[in-house]
Design a protein around this ligand. Sequence first.
Ligand code: GH3
Ligand code: MG
Ligand code: MG
Ligand code: MG
Length: 302
Amino acid sequence: MLEEKPTTILIVDDQPTNIHALAALLKKDYRILTATRGEKALELAAQPPLPDLILLDIVMPDMDGHEICFRLKNAEATKSIPIIFVTALGEEQDEEHGLNLGAADYITKPFSPAIVRARVRNQINLKLRTDRLEQVAMQDGLTQIPNRRYFDQKLTEEWTRLLRNGQSLSLLMIDIDHFKPYNDHYGHGAGDECLRRVAQALYQVPQRPTDLVARYGGEEFAVILPETDRLGTAHLAQRLLDAVRALALEHAYSEVAPQVTISVGMATHSPDQPYYDAEALKQGADQALYQAKARGRNCAAW
Ligand code: GH3
Ligand code: MG
Ligand code: MG
Ligand code: MG
């Protein structure tokens, strides 16, 4: 879940000479993207991996820096990218306006190279720290996969998207079979290690970047499969069952098999079999999980 990427700065100015001057100061320490027009700036700002900082000119012919800042701060994808205005507009009200639009800092031209470097470094450090905290808040500490908070957020997003595009959406609820006797006999430390191994195995199964595997609670996991019908969902559930079996983790106290297994509950929202809301879909997957347990565990059910 943790990804490494070079720290990137997007420089936006209609004058290439200004871009070169800023880039010369910063290119030793950061990856530099550049744009001389507003449309291009908005496109680059929203393109993953997102820039970590934007240096933004104000006076530009087609779309001015204020407009660009306003749009970036009002778009979900780009709103947390810090923006520093770098501008010849030196009046107090210009600076106030820029900061009120949500800019992190304001530098007037002509600038001091050392001050630009220092202000950029401060904003980058703050941004990287915020990113790390955000990641920690969304990741499960034991298994290092997304946690329930992240799962709930993604499910809400996917449900909102589905209301627009009318696609199907599937949900899986997964529970380790007879995990209480596993803990009781092998100890809590071994139980934790088992959870880590199962989590990593499950996490590696889905192939689409929009699929999400999360630790939902104690020994329960949940999977979101956007734009996936019942057939695709059943296939994926089978691959999850196989992935856990392939771990071949000994469990001499399971009533199902002499190794660790899971049960999977499946629910699919589609235009012809709709659920009322995301909560109802979750309840559907929960009831299906109960079915899978009742049918003997180590299987998937609707
Ligand atoms: P079933 O097949 O019906 O799911 O049986 P089960 O024994 O797995 O079900 P139950 O819900 O009774 O047990 C879940 C157990 O998971 C209880 C608890 O000891 C264990 N557990 C939950 N969270 C953790 C954890 O973070 N670490 C460890 N080691 N164990 C956990
Ligand atoms: Mg300009
Ligand atoms: Mg359970
Ligand atoms: Mg269980």
